[in-house]
Design a protein around this ligand. Structure first.
Ligand SMILES: *Cc1c(COP(=O)(O)O)cnc(C)c1O
Length: 492
């Protein structure tokens, strides 16, 4: 069964949990004859409500599909269980709602995981959203140079911004960082060897493996060192005339504890220069705002990696940077120019809406204090513990005032995380509202909240549902109590 089909079935089961079909002793023919006509269903009071929400053709198709499925069930059953027209209408409604659940739509993230991969990673700043909408709604100078009136490049401005922000000589942007890794390996090392520490041959989320992306790029992997320790001499011994590149990879959602050694960027850069081969670092997240200043994690900023002498650095647009999905590549001009000329750069090209959101986000970073205030990812990570606590108290009070005694709401210290493979092991001290329904189970509530008019996603543990306000966006806190009420009513 596909995931979509499983989700659909889950939904149907949820909807019919209390309903038992009326069992009558009828023949298959009688059962089939008892089925209502498509038109009759379409005009039923249950389905009338959906006429405005669905195009007529789709509504009709879903009614037909539902009837066809019931017909199959009747034919296959030894003694068919005949459904009433109301039950059939309810099945259609379930199918319509399942359709609406699948649509890409906003959800409220109350998990406390800032870069939640399943929930769309980075939330864009207001400025980025506006720029994106403005660009989408009409024509733009995407590949038109307004100064000369001639053809321009979509990359020029974003390259300028990235060079200013990171101190690099050149830059380019592609569809995502996976594409950046693939393109870089392909252009700089196809058919030749890439030296990489065994400890950095990681698999990150979505089964993206460094070793496999390398195979796809046509570059040959030359592993050095051991899982926990790699020394400079391991790299230097591996370099010969077949070597095209030294690669350093961020271990993403994985961190070393204990007996561990890796070679510094500076040492690798010196080694690479000596042999006149480039050093490429896949930074993964790519931080432009230095979180170390706030004692959060120990990640280098992109500028630090460039300053350390790394020749090519790539990173994501929608992780710690807090922009749209994109793969950003910065570094020495002689290498970036080669990447730009690669035929496959077109295949992994970034689209104009992502450029709009990305350039707006990067402009915000020109004033780091503004970035800290306006970029939702940074705001969530840097939210003071006491501020989270105040938000949690306000949320709990709102829930109690509207839902006590049916729902018990209390505030407790918890830990939030950055997520998205960024800053593994970093715990953000947080506060959450602990919800326990007086009757029924927390996991029923958690499930019902996914079926409300605006899905609300929290965290289940210790027989309770926990909501961390750190990841709420403006105006969402006020929506939670009404959504909880909606969910509790559906559970009754
Ligand atoms: C996240 C990540 C990638 C992939 O980036 P996407 O933008 O998700 O394609 C590649 N390498 C590392 C180390 C990462 O953390």
């Amino acid at each position: 069964m596909t995931r979509a089909a499983r989700r659909y079935n889950e939904y149907i089961t949820f909807l019919f949990k209390d309903e038992r079909s009326i069992i009558m002793s009828v023949t298959k023919e009688e059962a089939l004859r008892s089925l209502p006509a498509v038109d009759q269903l379409l005009h039923s009071p249950e389905l009338k409500l959906y006429a405005g929400r669905f195009p007529q053709s789709l509504l009709t198709k879903i009614v037909q599909d539902t009837l066809a499925q019931i017909r199959i069930n009747y034919r296959q059953a030894a003694t068919p269980q005949v459904l009433s027209p109301t039950e059939i209408a309810a099945r259609v409604v379930a199918a319509l709602e399942a359709w609406e659940r699948l649509r890409l739509q906003p959800v409220i993230n109350a998990t406390g995981v800032v870069l939640h991969t399943n929930l769309g990673r980075a939330v864009l700043s207001d400025a980025a959203v506006t720029r994106m909408r403005d660009t989408a709604a009409t024509y733009s100078n995407l590949e038109y140079d307004l100064a000369s009136g001639a053809r321009g490049s979509r990359h020029t401005y974003v390259e300028q911004l990235l060079c200013r922000l990171t101190g690099a000589e050149a830059a380019m942007v592609v569809n995502n960082n996976a594409a950046a890794v693939w393109l870089t390996l392909r252009e700089l090392a196809r058919g030749k060897e890439v030296v990489v520490s065994r400890g950095q041959l990681v698999e990150i989320g979505g089964s993206f493996r460094v070793s496999e992306i390398m195979a796809e790029s046509g570059a040959l992997l030359r592993e050095v060192g051991t899982t926990n320790k790699t020394h400079l001499h391991d790299y230097s011994r591996a370099i010969d005339e077949d070597t095209a590149l030294l690669l350093k990879v961020h271990t993403s959602n994985f961190a070393f504890v204990g007996f561990h050694h890796e070679v510094s960027r500076e040492e690798l850069a010196t080694l690479a220069t000596t042999h006149d081969i480039p050093l490429y670092e896949d930074l993964g997240s790519g931080m432009l705002y230095d979180l170390k200043r706030h004692h959060i994690g120990n990640e280098p900023t992109v500028a630090e990696s460039v300053r350390a002498g790394v020749d090519v650095v790539s990173f994501s647009g929608d992780k710690l940077l807090g922009g749209p999905q994109a793969g950003l590549i910065v570094g020495k001009k002689r290498y970036i120019e080669r990447l730009k000329k690669n035929q496959l750069a077109r295949a992994v090209r970034i689209d104009k809406l992502s450029i709009a959101a990305l350039t707006s986000t990067l402009e915000t970073y020109l004033q780091p204090e503004r970035a800290r205030e306006e970029i939702p990812v940074l705001r969530a990570i840097l939210m003071e513990e006491q501020e989270v606590r105040r938000e949690a108290e306000a949320l709990a009070a709102d829930i109690r005032s509207k839902l006590a005694p049916a729902l018990d709401a209390s505030v407790h210290p918890t830990t939030a995380e950055v997520g998205g493979g960024s800053l593994p092991g970093v715990e953000l001290p947080s506060y959450s509202v602990r919800l326990v329904p007086r009757t029924g189970k927390a996991h029923h509530l958690e499930r019902a909240l996914r079926f409300t008019s605006k899905p609300l996603i929290g965290r289940l543990f210790d027989d309770a549902l926990w909501l961390d306000p750190r990841t709420l966006q403006a105006g969402e806190r006020e929506k939670i109590a009404p959504l909880l009420r909606e969910a509790m009513q559906a559970l009754r």
